[in-house]
Design a protein around this ligand. Structure first.
Ligand code: C2O
Ligand code: CU
Ligand code: CU
Length: 578
């Protein structure tokens, strides 16, 4: 029932040139159309083996293409997994170089994230396993090997990671054969049938752009549709190309989801930008077309920097929809979608600035804050559970789709404008920063501690070093004193007490759980809060320096500290004497 089209697996089928479109309306002339029926990668059986190897597939009819693929499939097999279940893949690296799998947009523990520092050596294997805690949505997995991500992905190492969510099932969205994942990539016509990857200077600068779109690995793709409503899950799996998605007749459709799943409302649009790494889901209604007609999903021309044979912004037909059937999907455009809690700028704890620059003639051309990626250097620390504002200033005449690992964020403004395009509004993990533009986003890492990446998802830029490491650390103020597992939850009396201006609050956590610590004044007003922090079993201490949540000093008096976790709650009384 979910994504039936994925399961039927029309995989690497042969071309059907000169196909005649069946036509129920005799007055319309029969059209002779060419192309290849849209393919779908097979579905990965959860818990199974993912073997990465060089293999040969038929992308163009009758010709072998050498790819780097998982289980011999280009695109790689699609993961389709329900939220709340455990994902497991036994990865075997049969390449002669290190490799790693990154689950793009998916929250995973550090050692499951596929960071290049955790690459699997040639011939090695590794079990990726983590609970799927993301919202339902269209995610992505791909290579993240050190300075080889672009080559691996170009040669085929990427696939869908689709999270299903029972919360979506009551909404009336099209399902089964009417819920269609579309991975958009581009390859070079001059190199057919190979995916040759040898970037020249200009390709490192602008990204490896090509002129032949492949949809789910299908060249000149067509897809036969019925006169009804469809859900399309668009993933830009290209190294560098940005698409301005539209229908060739300019007809409107509805945008229903961004990178991190459903938006809070369906928004009508006639075009949107989709940069590498981004996903956007749309509902397209074919009911007003006539049988025998066709319409293209295309990329519209747009102005962009760069010159040479391959440039951004070229007009391209991506996928032809042939209207051939009269089935009904029974799907609707939901009037309401599940709400999204938008972060409030008044809760920002830290603002970080990132400046993207171009360094012509340097060893590395694309820089973030003047830096180039270094595997073992941590560029900053972000505490868990703390809302941060990231202000990204693009000081270059280049397009940079910026991506953060570990957690979905929310775009706040573009050049100060908080009235966002529908593809920007919602949960995001990748955001396109146009030349000389400033984008502010809000992010709160509240899942896992560890080292994660922030980088440009133009894969040539990434491999060129446009990537930084950051460490997600213990929440501000809470320090683990001992990891000996205590028997009970306990909140100890603060020390010193009375105090001025700072006092130590100690507590014990017997099992991994969300713990919140709040301080109230004598009138019961909340002064300070460290809310909902997931802590491992152990003993912790927190130094309170008698300031409130906004950092203002509070006056002498009685204060109460309350520790809450599950059914447990304990309070201590503290006295501040200034
Ligand atoms: Cu999709 Cu770090 O990447
Ligand atoms: Cu990622
Ligand atoms: Cu870039």
């Amino acid at each position: 029932m979910i994504l039936k089209a994925l399961q039927t697996g029309v995989f690497i089928s042969m071309a059907k040139p000169g196909m005649i479109i069946a036509n129920e309306n005799k007055s319309v002339m029969l059209k002779e159309l060419t192309g290849n029926q849209l393919r779908f990668p097979p579905v990965f059986p959860n818990g199974g083996i993912m073997t990465l190897a060089n293999s040969a597939v038929n992308v163009w009819s009758g010709q072998n293409t050498t790819v780097i693929a998982i289980n011999g499939s280009y695109p790689c097999p699609s993961v389709v997994i329900q939220k709340g279940t455990q994902f497991t893949a036994n990865f075997i690296n049969q390449l002669t170089e290190p490799a790693t799998i990154h689950w793009h947009g998916v929250s995973t523990p550090e050692l499951m994230d596929g960071h290049p520092k955790d690459s699997i050596p040639p011939g090695g294997n590794y079990t990726y396993t983590f609970p799927v805690i993301n919202r339902g949505g269209t995610y992505f997995y791909h290579s993240h090997a050190d300075m080889a991500t672009a080559k691996h992905v170009f040669k085929g190492f990427a696939g869908f990671f689709i999270v299903t969510d029972p919360a979506e099932s009551g909404l009336g969205l099209p399902t089964g054969n009417f819920d269609i994942p579309l991975c958009i990539q581009d390859r070079r016509v001059a190199d057919i049938p190979q995916f040759n990857y040898n970037p020249a200077m200009n390709d490192v600068m602008n990204g490896f752009l090509c002129d032949a779109p492949l949809i789910n690995g299908t060249p000149d793709a067509y897809f036969e549709v019925s006169k009804t409503l469809y859900r399309f899950r668009l993933l830009n799996g290209s190294n560098a190309r940005i698409y301005k998605i539209a229908l060739s007749d300019g007809r409107p459709f509805h945008i229903i989801a961004t990178d991190g799943g459903l938006k809070d409302q369906a928004v009508q649009a006639t075009s949107f930008f989709l940069s590498p790494g981004e996903r956007t889901e749309i509902l397209v209604d074919f009911s007003s077309y006539n049988l025998g007609e066709n319409v293209y999903l295309k990329s519209l021309q747009f102005a962009a920097p760069g010159s040479g044979t391959y440039v951004q912004g070229t007009d391209m037909n991506l996928l032809r929809f042939d209207i051939t059937g009269s089935l009904s999907s029974g799907g609707i455009i939901p009037a309401v979608l599940p709400p999204i809690n938008y972060y409030s700028i008044s809760d920002i704890k830290t603002t970080r600035n990132f400046v993207l620059t171009m360094n012509m003639g340097g060893m590395n051309m694309h820089l973030i804050n003047g830096l180039t990626f270094e595997m073992n250097r941590i560029d900053w620390e972000t505490p868990l559970n703390s809302l941060e504002e990231w202000k990204i200033v693009n000081a270059s005449n280049m397009l940079h789709p910026m991506h953060s690992h570990s957690k979905q964020f929310q775009v706040y403004s573009r050049n100060g404008n908080t009235n966002l395009a529908p593809e920007d509004k919602g949960w995001k993990d990748t955001v396109l920063i146009n030349p000389f533009e400033t984008v502010r986003l809000l992010v709160k890492f509240d899942d896992y501690k560890g080292t994660y990446l922030f980088h440009c998802h133009n894969l040539e830029h990434e491999d060129d070093g446009m990537m930084l490491n950051f460490n997600i650390t213990d929440p501000i103020g809470i320090n683990e004193i001992s990891n000996t597992i205590p028997e009970d939850f306990k909140l100890f009396q603060n020390y010193p007490n009375p105090f001025n201006p700072s006092t130590k609050i100690k507590f014990a956590v017997p099992k991994a759980d969300f713990v919140s610590l709040k301080i109230y004044d004598n009138s019961g007003k909340e002064i300070y809060s460290l809310a909902g922090q997931k802590l491992n079993p152990g003993t912790y201490s927190f130094d309170w320096n008698s300031a409130d949540n906004s950092g203002n000093n509070v006056s002498s008096g009685v204060y109460f500290c309350k520790l809450i976790s599950g059914n447990y709650m304990e309070t201590i009384k503290m006295l501040l004497v200034r």
